[in-house]
Design a protein around this ligand. Structure first.
Ligand code: CP3
Length: 353
């Protein structure tokens, strides 16, 4: 493992462990992205996956939002779909349309096309980007590594791109449960290797994105998503216990209590969840992350400030990491992003005397 500069801002790490903090830490999903003019300028000359595959460019894009805003963490610039790529599927990013798999998994026989990669080899570019970024951060804030959850990756690998319903992928769960479990198991094995490799490359926190948890019924989530999320959380905890793990299962309302079973330190919430209810459901067993509605950033800066302060009141000062309830949108104004970040900074908690 490389020798990195000492961390100067550990608010995120302490909040994840539910330790006292002087101030709630804040970072934002998709904090690097198209709402930043400097990102659009860089992307004008480079395809999305070329940026992802070039460590110097990925590091540069990771740092862009940190030069503008006093964020308490960096998240490595990459994509969850690098894992299906490493397993043998082609994935393109079509501007304005999103991910596209020219040759997705159609039948159970297609599982034979997948391999279990050596992550050090197949995903070396992301690991190098992490090491490079961690050095460039010089201890300013911690660096977050990430991966997609098994169900969300399976959904893309079968659907071949984004979808409202992910009906084709859900069809597998109902028709081919055994093959689905085989695919989810393979993905889980790769993802455990990948997160541990990211930590060894320099990631100080890891987040698992189950972005499409919300298309599953509670029973499907419990059968096909939750056990694999748990396996990942437990395996990474066992291998690298000092590194906090965050799980963000968007729309998994029915399973919030089960997500707080100890396999993760932090449960991320989307904006449809009431923070006070989430506190009750998770009973202080985990820290919570989130969850201002990304569309609240379309309001004027003073309203953003008020809404952010209301959100901070609702979560309380202990065990909270401020974030949006999902990623920033390409048409968000950087000044409104700033209003959100600054509102977290200037918040004074309501104290009971
Ligand atoms: O700043 C960060 O959050 C780090 C970088 C990051 C990206 N993708 C960059 C990206 C992260 C953490 C992701 C995760 C990711 N990728 C998820 C989980 C989070 C979520 O949004 O639910 C998912 C589902 C994907 C798959 C993906 N990548 C989709 C569906 C799309 C297209 C939708 C869109 O926003 O355009 C992407 C493309 C993508 N990934 C972009 C960025 C900045 C925009 C593409 C571009 O620059 O042309």
């Amino acid at each position: 493992m490389a020798d990195f500069p000492a961390l100067q801002n550990d608010l995120l790490l302490r909040a994840a462990r539910q330790e006292p903090v002087e101030r709630t830490p804040v970072w934002i999903m998709r904090q690097a992205g198209r709402y930043l003019p400097e990102y659009r300028a860089l992307r004008a000359d480079e395809a999305f996956f070329d940026v992802v595959r070039t460590p110097a460019l990925a590091a540069e894009v990771t740092l862009q939002p940190l030069r503008r805003f006093p964020l308490d963490a960096a998240i490595i610039f990459s994509d969850i779909l690098v894992v299906p790529q490493a397993m043998g599927l082609r994935v393109e990013m079509i501007p304005g349309r999103g991910p596209y798999f020219p040759d997705p998994l159609r039948t159970v026989e297609d599982l034979r096309r997948l391999r279990r990669p050596d992550v050090q080899d197949a995903l070396h570019y992301m690991l190098e980007a992490i090491t490079l970024t961690r050095k460039a951060l010089a201890g300013k804030v911690p660096l977050i590594g990430f991966c997609g959850a098994p169900w969300t990756l399976m959904a893309y690998m079968i659907e071949g791109g984004s979808s409202k319903t992910f009906a084709r992928a859900k069809g597998w769960l109902y028709r081919q449960p055994e093959a689905s479990h085989r695919l989810l198991t393979l993905l889980t094995d790769v993802l455990v290797d990948f997160l541990i490799a990211q930590i060894d490359a320099g990631a100080q926190v890891v987040q698992v994105f189950d972005s499409w948890a919300g298309v599953l019924s509670p029973d499907l989530f419990r059968a096909f998503a939750l056990p694999y999320l748990r396996r990942i959380g437990e395996a990474v905890k066992k291998a690298r216990p000092e590194v906090p793990r965050i799980v963000f299962a968007r729309g998994a309302h029915a399973s919030l209590a089960e997500l707080a079973d100890g396999s993760y330190d932090v449960v991320g919430l989307d904006w449809t969840v009431d923070p006070r209810q989430a506190r009750k459901l998770t009973g202080g067993r985990v820290a919570l992350q989130g969850n201002l509605d990304p569309c609240a950033l379309y309001a004027d800066p003073e309203t953003i400030r008020q809404l952010t302060h209301q959100m901070l009141d609702a979560f309380g000062p202990r065990g909270h990491i401020a974030n949006l309830g999902h990623g920033l949108h390409p048409d968000h104004h950087p000044d409104h992003v700033r209003a959100f970040v600054e509102a977290v900074h200037d918040y004074v908690p309501v104290t009971s005397t």
